[in-house]
Design a binder for this molecule. Structure first.
Ligand code: VG1
Ligand code: CO
Length: 570
């Protein structure tokens, strides 16, 4: 006798619509009876389609509250739906980049058909925090819009799901677990070590001995000290293994490496606001580099000595410019780079000087997938602390740190020297982002509608602020639309843009990763040519002040949100 499949009647839940990166909701919403089961059933039906019977998926997440329960549901629903195998990270734990790698690697010589990632990334966790579920396809990348659209369509009509209720799998122990499912067939769960395969991948990409010599002081005559903050998110075990065991770093310089279901009450978003302690410690000048990572390990923030902040748009450009320092790229043909639309255009200048292509995509890593699969881009990034390459199909925080360390080992300069020299060569794309988190959704929508209606009238107009006559004409004012050059798919309404004649830009978007209320993101960037030496090294907030004032005024931020100041400034 095998395990019975139970066909369970259910009703649709409103709002199971994946956003920028999967479905993210408050934990109590996920805890409703059948809520998770419905969504998992929809993922299997829409994500796998005709491949569902016999399919293999990787499952894991950042270990946040509800992960164990959700992993259990995925195992039971997958078994009942005729999948042949799940590859599950021990304790349901895998960082987002590690999971993407496991999909791409295949399992025991067989293709893996995709994966399910349990995370709400940089959003807080715990019983009152956020949970999330995301489906990734067989290329290892987040499902594209047409797949998430059909997942959503199914959730609006679902009336039953299949579940092998009595199946018990102890996925806290590494090993193979086999089951017979009545009327369906054989089902296997391979519970694997969460860290090994990812560490092996990093060893293949980078020159570990060289980075080790840098840290030990053998390259420069003085030790290179790092201070790394995993924010109790998923990078802890990976960072500990790679930095301490493989590269010989001092374990005392790794902060918050133990993953916690509630991130110890923190907000696991590596920016200047939420990784404040790291920033403060860097200011003591004892460390040469600081880095922080988000909940699921795909974001990174890089700081130099004394807290020198590397803007993510610059980080992307610097890595792209120094791509030859990284062994992985020396044996591959590099055809281009990409950035999300709100990301400042520093990487564009690098691409131009190298004679490579550059692509401007909508926000969200899913839009890079086709470009990477087609071999069009090697490195890409987002201003939201996301940097990565075609080694996987997710952004990768630990990879970004190692890329920096590899470049530092080759160039034997400080972080600040490398960035300043970059600006001296290419000029500086100054960038800032204002986040207004959890504002009233109605007000946020009104702001966007109001602003969009004004855009046509902005074309050709001058704006000035703060006593500075900002004599610029608006050249482009629109709602960004993207046509994927590989499959021709079109993404509309990706953010309101006001582009000035000197290249300065204002971008307004509503976040698609929040779980409650709305978050307005305002992005501002401008270009300082390399010969403008009096301004080149000034703080970003000073350089961008007039543009920020113009932005806040044109969108009537305070009127629509009742907020005098943003929650986070990057
Ligand atoms: C945000 C960022 C976006 C990123 C996304 C997922 O989306 O702006 O660049 O790809 O989060 O990152 P939004 O829609 O809130 O602006 V992760 O690390 O949270 O999965
Ligand atoms: Co993340």
């Amino acid at each position: 006798m095998g395990i019975a499949v139970v066909e369970t009647p259910t009703k649709p839940f409103a709002g199971q619509k994946p956003g920028t990166s999967g479905l993210r909701k408050r934990v109590p919403e996920f805890q409703q009876l059948n809520y998770t089961e419905n969504f998992v059933q929809a993922i299997l039906d829409a994500g796998l389609g005709s491949k569902k019977k016999g399919a293999q998926l990787v499952v894991g997440g950042d270990g946040r509250f509800l992960s164990m329960e959700a992993t259990n549901v995925i195992i039971k629903v997958s078994a009942a739906n005729g999948l042949s195998r799940l590859i599950v990270g021990q304790n349901g734990f895998l960082s987002t980049p590690a999971l993407s790698n496991l999909i791409r690697k295949g399992h025991e010589g067989r293709v893996v058909d995709g994966g399910i990632i349990l995370t709400a990334s940089h959003n807080p966790g715990g019983p009152k925090g956020d949970f999330g579920i995301k489906f990734n396809c067989e290329n290892g990348g987040p499902a594209p819009d047409h797949v998430t659209d059909s997942i959503y369509q199914i959730t609006t009509k679902i009336d039953k799901y299949l579940i092998a209720k009595d199946l018990e799998c102890d996925f806290t122990q590494v090993g193979r677990y086999e089951y017979d499912i009545d009327g369906v067939g054989h089902f296997t769960v391979d519970v694997i070590d969460s860290v090994t395969a990812y560490v092996d991948l990093m060893k293949d990409i980078f020159d570990f001995p060289k980075i080790k010599s840098l840290l030990a002081g053998e390259l420069t005559g003085h030790k290179f000290r790092v201070l790394l903050d995993s924010m109790h998110g998923a990078t802890g075990p990976y960072i500990s293994t790679i930095l301490v065991d493989c590269l010989g770093a001092d374990a005392n310089n790794l902060l918050r490496t133990v993953p916690k279901p509630d991130f110890a009450g923190g907000h696991p978003d590596p920016n200047l606001t939420y990784a404040k302690t790291l920033v403060e410690r860097l200011h003591t000048g004892e460390h040469d580099l600081g880095a922080a990572f988000d909940g699921d390990g795909d974001r990174n923030m890089i700081l130099g000595k004394n807290g020198f902040f590397v803007c993510p748009s610059d980080s992307l450009a610097v890595i792209a410019d120094n791509i030859d320092c990284i062994p992985y790229f020396r044996t591959r043909k590099v055809n281009g780079f990409a950035r999300s639309m709100p990301t400042a255009g520093a990487v564009d200048l690098v691409a131009k000087s190298k004679g490579l292509q550059v692509y401007e995509t909508p926000t969200g890593w899913k839009y890079f997938g086709n470009l990477m699969d087609a071999g069009r881009i090697a490195i890409c990034g987002e201003e939201s602390f996301g940097t990565g390459s075609d080694h996987i199909r997710e952004k990768d925080g630990v990879w970004a740190l190692l890329a920096w360390l590899q470049i530092l080992a080759e160039r034997k300069e400080t972080v600040e020297e490398i960035v300043s020299k970059h600006w001296q060569k290419y000029g500086r794309n100054v960038f800032t982002r204002y986040d207004y988190e959890n504002v009233d959704a109605a007000g946020a929508n009104l702001l966007m509608t109001f602003l969009e209606a004004q855009l046509p009238a902005f074309v050709g107009r001058d704006f000035s602020a703060n006593g500075v006559t900002y004599k610029v004409c608006v050249a482009v004012a629109d709602n960004f639309q993207y046509t994927d050059p590989v499959d021709g798919s079109v993404a509309t309404k990706q953010g309101l843009r006001i582009v000035f004649e000197d290249g300065s830009r204002l971008v307004f978007r509503l976040s698609g990763t929040g779980s409650a209320g709305a978050t307005i993101r305002l992005y501002v960037d401008s270009y300082i040519p390399s010969n403008d030496s009096s301004r080149l090294l000034l703080p970003a907030h000073e350089l961008l002040k007039p543009l920020v004032l113009i932005a806040l005024d044109v969108c009537k931020m305070e009127q629509f949100t009742n907020r005098k100041a943003p929650t986070v400034i990057t």
